[in-house]
Ligand binder design. Sequence first.
Ligand code: GLV
Ligand code: MN
Ligand code: MN
Length: 412
Amino acid sequence: MCVDGARLLGDLEALGRIGRVPGGGLTRTSFSAADAEARAWYRDRCAEAGLSVRVDGIGNMFVSSPDEEPALDGVPAVWSGSHLDSVPNGGRFDGALGALAALECVRRLHEERVRLSRPVRAVGYSDEEGNYSHLFGSSALVRGFTSADLEALTGRDGDRFVDTFTAAGWDLDRATRTTVDPAAIHSTVELHIEQGPALERLGHQIGIVSAIVGLGGGTITFRGRADHAGTTSMAMRKDALTAASALIVQFPDIARSVSDQAVVTAGIITVEPGAANVVPEVARMTVDFRDLDAAHLAALDRAITTAAHGVAARRGLDVRVDFEPAIPPSHMDDGIQRIIGESAAARGLLGSSLPSGAGHDSQNMAKLAPTGMIFVPSVGGRSHCPDEETADRDIVNGANVLLDTIIALARG
Ligand code: GLV
Ligand code: MN
Ligand code: MN
C-alpha cells in the first residue's frame, strides 16, 4: 500500500500559499489570522475525505476515521502528526510535511477500509514553534497549563497570549484542560524534514532519528543608563546594548568549551528606549542553547550565566538571567527505530540513524508513549528560512515509510 503522492504534494503546495509573505517565505504564527486560515483549510481537507476532527482546548487537532470499529473504543491509539504553524518568514515544509503526511496516511487507511488492531490518529500540534511557549501544544498534553501559566505568556510581538487567544475566538477555560492519559496512546511517530545537511551529504533518503536535543534558555536583560548619544563620552556610558553584544560574541567559545554539538543563539534583541540618539538603557535578548547531553545543558546554563554576570560587573551594569527549566534530551524508541529501518529497506531506500538538532513535539510525546521520528533530506540543509526545500520523491518516500510504520504499530 502507498500514499497518494500527487495528492500529498498538492496539499503541501496549497498549504504553502497560506501565510505567504513578500519574498516567498511564510509567516503562520500560532493563533494569527494565517494560522486560522491554515486550520480551516486542514479541516476542509478532513471533511472532504470523510474524516472526523476533534480540537482540544489549546488547539491541538486530532483526526480519525468515523468508520472505526466500536471494538477499538478505548484501545490505545497510534498517533502521527506535526504542526501547521511556522517561524516568521519560514519555509513550507517544517511541520507542514509531517502534519499533511499523517493526514494522507489516515485518509488512505480510511479509503482502503484497512482494518487494524489499534485506532490511528493524525495530529496537528498547536504552536510548536513556541511563539508563546516552546512546543506549546504537546506541553499542554503532557503537563497542562494553569490560568496563571497562560496569563504570563507573551508572544514575540509583545502581545499577551490570553488576549490573542480570546480575540481569535478560543476559550481560556478549555485551554487549561488539555492533558491526556498516557494509557490512551500506544505510540507516536512523526515525519519531518531533517533541517540539516547529513542525509544529503550521505546520499541517503531516510533518517531514523535516534534522539532529539535538549533545549534550555530564556531571556537575559542588561540594564544600564539612558544618556544623550552626542554629549556622553564613551568612557561615561553604561550602554546596555554593547554589554549584550560583549556577551553574545562569547557564545561560540562557550559552546565549544562544553561540547562539539553544543549551540547557543540570541535570536531576538530589544532595546529601550530605542531611539537613534539615546544610549540604550535596557537590552533584552532571548537565549536558546541546545545539546544532546543533559549534563552539557546544565554546563551551558552555568557558563552563559557566569559570562553575563562577568560582563555586567566589568561594565558597572545590572543583569538579570531568566532561564526556564530545560527541556531534557529525548531518546527515540528502539522498537520504532527498527520498524522505520525495516520499512526503508523494504522499499529499497537507504536509511541512516541520526540525532535531531531541532526541537519537536515528539520529544514531549516520548514522555507519554514510545515515540519515533522519520527524517527526509533538506536541500542544502536549509530550514527556518524561505529557501527550505525537499525533493518531491523524498517527500513521497518519507510518507510511504510513515504509512508502513503506522500500519506496523497499529497491527501490533
Ligand atoms: C523548532 O523548530 C525548534 O527547533 O525550535
Ligand atoms: Mn518543526
Ligand atoms: Mn521549526
